[in-house]
Design a binder for this molecule. Sequence first.
Ligand code: PEP
Length: 254
Amino acid sequence: MRKKIIAGNWKMHKTATEALALATEIIQMANDELHNQAHLVLIPPFVHLHSLSKLTAASSRVALGAQNCHHETQGAFTGEVSAAMLAAVPVQYVIVGHSERREYFQETPAQIAQKIDLLLAHHLTPIFCCGESLAVREAGNAYGYVSSQVIDSLFHLSPEAMAQVVIAYEPIWAIGTGKTATSTQAQEMHWHIRQEIAKKYGESLALNLSILYGGSMKPDNAADLLACPDVDGGLVGGASLQSRDFINIAKAVH
Ligand code: PEP
């Protein structure tokens, strides 16, 4: 059975006090109200990881994640954070290849592949993001584009390593725009990604991989998206900054 994951990417939001308050509320609400099989992941800015790890360590429902790591093991990379540092916090998940990092920080598919290798070496779960721009979708190339992203950064992995990865399909045109992919668009792309993985790694591995949807997921559209057979959860940006919205999205997992 595939793991159902609702991960909240807080991006560059929340001070230390606000982060503790939000995490405390989410953990409390998850304990009181969440009766399905959803696993929650809180993904705050790096500076809050240590304090939040004390809260998440006590919760069986809520794990901790980081938004990025550097692609080298260590060294003179001012301002960067390594996979080993994240493993020592400890966090359980790390986002890699988010479209904002690909666009604003010029991350390359090769660097993303290196990050994934380092994370897996430290027994951390990469949440590998892929997704096309509006121009690519309108040109009719969305499937080929996303296939290339998956192939370029993941297909060097052994089957054992690949089985540890979580994929997040995040159409760039739906991130932070309020414009969500329809459940049909999401299902078609998730199915396509799973088929791509099945061709390389076999049906059984592909069927066990969690593929999350990201892009303006909100309480009022989560049920439709999460009802799709190949959508195994969500990577949530804006709506993860409000405890009530985040928990209501998690409640839509079935
Ligand atoms: C994201 O950035 O991963 C994301 C899905 O953001 P939002 O939910 O705000 O569109």
